[in-house]
Design a binder for this molecule. Structure first.
Ligand code: ATP
Ligand code: MG
Length: 241
């Protein structure tokens, strides 16, 4: 589905990603973990097209999308929730969702793709339903995060990329998110999740890439999560990668 090959990307002349490779298969959930400043959010920005790669390639379902602009991602089938969320304070929750619903309804999808209705998305995040007529600037940080995910889902993605969604959320809300992600996977969605907590990454995904200094320095393969949580390979990769 998603294939990132040997990319370099950064800000102006400052390189951040230096020869990074990763893959996400159909209906797979993959985590990215790594220390602050490792380049995780820059990778997310590169996938969205905000920090396009200067070398290497990003392909999605066989098409090279690395040089395409961010707005074409809806058409491509990728929805991203950035670390900064990108919500508009003066707009209500319903206005955010309506804009997204409109964009998602126009996106072409393959035969057999099941679109999510607004009702289904609101069922996944009841707190969003309660706040539909509220301006986003009056929501708590956690509520805003839910709105950002609901908005992303209405773009009808085939791959959902989440940058540190659980940071700062109450444990009960995190459990709700885990449940929602499980339901989304059951519908065939692929997930790429940047997560600070290795434990949560293990609960949310099949496998992981550990990043350090703009590269992947370690992989936790399918079936290896349990062992990775037990031994110190991850902390070693973080510290010395
Ligand atoms: N807008 C920017 N302009 C210039 N440099 C930036 C910018 N954003 C990030 N960087 C630099 O890029 C590097 C990687 O940052 P990035 O945000 O990708 O890390 P991260 O792994 O997401 O960290 P965190 O866990 O803190 O979110 C850092 O050295 C940072 O200083
Ligand atoms: Mg980040």
């Amino acid at each position: 589905m998603l294939s990132v090959q040997n990319i370099e990307a950064g800000y102006g002349h400052i390189p951040v990603l230096r020869g990074l490779n990763l893959e996400v298969a159909d209906n797979e959930a993959v985590a990215i973990v790594g220390a602050n400043g490792a380049g995780k959010s820059t990778l997310v920005r590169a996938i969205l097209g905000l920090s396009p790669p200067t070398t290497g390639s990003i392909s999605f379902n066989g098409a090279d999308i690395g040089a395409r602009p961010p707005h074409s991602r809806v058409e491509d089938g990728i929805a991203v929730v950035l670390e900064t969320r990108g919500l508009f304070g003066e707009l209500t929750v319903a206005e955010h969702l309506r804009l997204s619903e409109h964009a998602g309804s126009r996106a072409r999808r393959p035969d057999g793709f099941v679109r999510m209705s607004l009702e289904e998305v609101l069922d996944l995040f009841p707190v969003v339903r309660e706040k539909l007529s509220t301006r986003v600037e009056f929501l708590s940080g956690g509520q805003q995060q839910m709105v950002a995910v609901a908005r992303a889902l209405l773009l009808q993605p085939r791959l959902l990329v989440l940058d540190e969604l659980t940071t700062g959320l109450a444990p009960k809300v995190v459990q709700e998110i885990l449940q929602a992600l499980g339901l989304l996977r059951a519908r065939g969605l692929s997930l790429l999740i940047v997560e600070q907590s290795v434990k949560l990454a293990a609960a949310m995904t099949d496998r992981a890439y550990v990043m350090s200094l703009g590269r992947v320095v370690h992989e936790v393969r399918r079936g290896e999560w349990e062992q990775a949580l037990l031994d110190d390979t991850l902390s070693k990769a973080y510290l010395h990668g």
